[in-house]
Design a binder for this molecule. Structure first.
Ligand SMILES: NC(=O)C1=CN([C@@H]2O[C@H](COP(=O)(O)OP(=O)(O)OC[C@H]3O[C@@H](n4cnc5c(N)ncnc54)[C@H](O)[C@@H]3O)[C@@H](O)[C@H]2O)C=CC1
Ligand SMILES: O=C(OP(=O)(O)O)[C@H](O)COP(=O)(O)O
Length: 355
């Protein structure tokens, strides 16, 4: 059993801990928190040993009635590997401690790529993380783009990618984030950081991305245009995407018109925290015109990197190959949304004619 410590128990850290907990080959050694509160209470109620990031805070945990198993240094020493899900930049600072104690670590997307030996997406470059001591799971948007681009690249070749990312302003527990009533080019410079970040996964890819931030907490929404190196049949593209393990082709028959309905669909399905680990691509948006591919996909920022963290751990410790790891993670986590009916037989050209 791989013993996993989680440092940074916020939006991503708590989800990764819960995902690790249900895997057959790994266990949660403990989680590190900066301060007490309802999140620390919840961690304790699940049974995760709680470690304090700072010795100075131990008294405040104890005053809140929480048992502290030790400090972060002790958790790092006891764990086979750490998942660092601290805010951007802190992971890089923590790297020194992990190195001192010779504990491998998985970092998250806001760290610079240089923090790790490789950036990681299970579908696209699993083998590059084999035997690595430090791996960075790319950000939610980069994960979503990589999952879509990997099968398209393998099947048809990619000449160029252009994507506009409509980004959620903050997560639901971040009331101070905005905008409140605005639509921001974010970043206003082009390309946004996402294109270069995708190139940490596909080094020679021609990709330009633009970012816009809106007053929403639900999901990110991508409008993607890929110029392929061949001219596939639209049904073949649909089938290709529908077979991908972490892609949910949203059927027209489901009447899911937006991100709010997607999240409600996930809550109705009994997903923990209403999480959607899959890329959600609207079937009707999948369009092919010559070598041009288009789609809209929604990415649940709080969730899509969670199975990727589990797979990164398996790759680093050579526990399974890519397909086996993805299948095991998804089966244990319950990544199950699939296209369950063909939404539309229309092809891009027919729609264009109707217009
Ligand atoms: N929330 C999101 O949409 C996504 C976040 N990520 C990445 O995951 C990482 C973490 O982000 P979130 O979970 O959203 O942040 P968060 O703010 O929700 O959680 C971070 C946690 O780390 C704690 N923390 C702060 N300083 C610490 C320290 N020195 N040592 C240990 N813990 C400390 C905070 O108290 C908080 O509980 C970032 O790299 C982010 O870019 C990746 C994909 C999506
Ligand atoms: O990795 C994310 O976004 P990003 O791919 O736009 O950097 C997460 O949604 C975190 O974004 P944030 O940096 O706006 O909190």
């Amino acid at each position: 059993m791989l013993s996993v410590g989680v440092n940074g128990y916020g939006t991503i850290g708590k989800r990764v801990a819960d995902a690790v907990r249900v895997q057959p080959d790994m266990t949660v050694r403990g989680v590190a928190k900066t301060s007490p509160g309802h999140v620390a209470d919840h961690a304790t109620s699940i049974g995760y040993p709680l470690y304090a990031v700072s010795e100075d805070e131990i008294a405040s945990f104890e005053a809140a009635g929480l048992d502290v198993a030790g400090t972060i240094r002790e958790l790092v020493a006891k764990s086979d590997v750490i998942v660092d899900a601290t805010p951007g930049g802190i992971g890089e600072q923590n790297h020194t401690l992990y190195e001192q104690l010779e504990t491998p670590a998985v970092f998250q997307g806001a760290e610079t790529p240089a923090v790790a030996e490789t950036s990681f997406n299970a579908r696209a470059n699993y083998d590059e993380a084999r035997d690595a001591s430090y791996v960075r799971v790319v950000s939610c948007n980069t994960t979503g783009l990589s999952r879509l681009l990997a099968p398209l690249k393998e099947a048809y070749g990619i000449d160029a990618v252009r994507a506009t990312l409509i980004r959620r302003g903050g997560d639901p527990d971040q009331p101070s984030r905005g905008p409140i009533n605005d639509i921001l080019p974010d970043p206003v410079t082009v390309p946004s950081h996402h294109g270069p970040d995708v190139r940490t996964i596909f080094p020679s890819l021609s990709i330009d991305t633009m970012g816009v931030t809106v007053p929403a907490t639900l999901m990110h929404l991508h409008g993607v245009n890929v110029t392929l190196e061949s001219t596939p049949d639209i049904e073949a593209v649909r089938d290709l995407l529908a077979k991908e393990p972490r892609i949910f082709v949203v059927p027209e028959s489901a009447r899911i018109e937006g991100c709010g309905a997607l999240r409600e669909f996930a809550r109705d399905a009994g997903r923990p925290r209403g999480d959607i680990w899959e890329n959600c691509i609207w079937d009707e948006s999948i369009s092919v015109s010559g070598s041009e591919f288009y789609c809209f996909q929604a990415i649940h920022q709080e969730a899509d990197v969670v199975p990727e963290n589990v797979d990164a751990l398996r790759a680093m410790f050579n526990l399974k190959d890519a397909a086996e790891s993805i299948a095991t993670t998804d089966e244990r986590l319950g990544v199950s949304f699939r296209q369950h009916s063909r939404a539309s037989e229309q092809v891009f050209t027919e729609r264009a004619c109707d217009d």
